[in-house]
Design a protein around this ligand. Sequence first.
Ligand code: GLV
Ligand code: GLV
Length: 329
Amino acid sequence: MPKPKVFVTRLIPEAGLKKVREACDADVWSEPLPPSADELRKRVAGCDGLLSLLTERIDGALLDSAPRLKVVSNYAVGFNNIDVPAATERGICVGNTPGVLTDATADMAFSLLISAARRIVESQKYAEQGHWKTWEPLGHIGQDLVGRTIGIVGMGRIGFAMAKRCHGGWGMKVLYHDLHPNATAEKELSATRVDLDRLLAESDFISVHTDLNDTTRGMFNTATFKKMKPTAVFVNTARGPLVVEPDLVEALQQGTIFAAGLDVTDPEPPRTDNPLLRLPNCIVAPHIASATVSSRNAMAEIAADNLIAGVTGQPLRAWVNPEVAARRK
Ligand code: GLV
Ligand code: GLV
């Protein structure tokens, strides 16, 4: 039997790539930048499996150009880059990489929170640019963290891990907004589930951990920023389009809120003239939350296992659309 044919859209850690190469006839895109939409369509046309990144848009038209395709294995926990209903309709499995980047992402959210609250990046530039002339009693004053209130929007695994750091390490009170109550967060972190307006009004810091979909897109905008405290720090490690960026720029420029820490933007990468990159009270990181050794290795293994399960007719290890089981190709 010939090995199944797969396309891998970027070099991923060897922990996963090795498995893929052993089990499949793998075409691996080794350029630093993603394949163009055209190139992707060509490469995937004769494939049984696709291992994609969040930079690739996987829609019905692309799936139609790959009649043999059985699985799309996303090297990410988020899958808003994939039209999942379109895949399900076509009998195609979709996989993702949950669980293994929870701590890395919560660490990133906390780093952005403390860095933005204590103006660390701005201060580093100040020192670098030679403005440090003396110790300044009135300079560089930021926000206290201990005993404040953290508002978590989306109390899933990552939201919980962020809340745990804030509550356990910094004694913060935890408010959260989610469609579903989280009994563990309420019991272990004394978290209180509230509506979004109350969360915005009462939180000192707001950290977003929700997925991107039609109901969450643009949920942070002028109206929501205006409901936050002027001392609020806003942290987004989830997805850029949850935020209306020009509204965030205005809120930061006008002092509607104190600062923001972002690991995601809309689009990615941001245009070089995006004002968020220049505002002293905004930190922008290039979507690096899962970039730790163990997270990226584990993501590569899960993505490889999902891909191989998909092309061999096995259940996926992390299956976004298990309802496809009865009709899979
Ligand atoms: C990264 O953003 C991911 O979804 O894994
Ligand atoms: C997502 O919530 C994860 O834990 O990976």
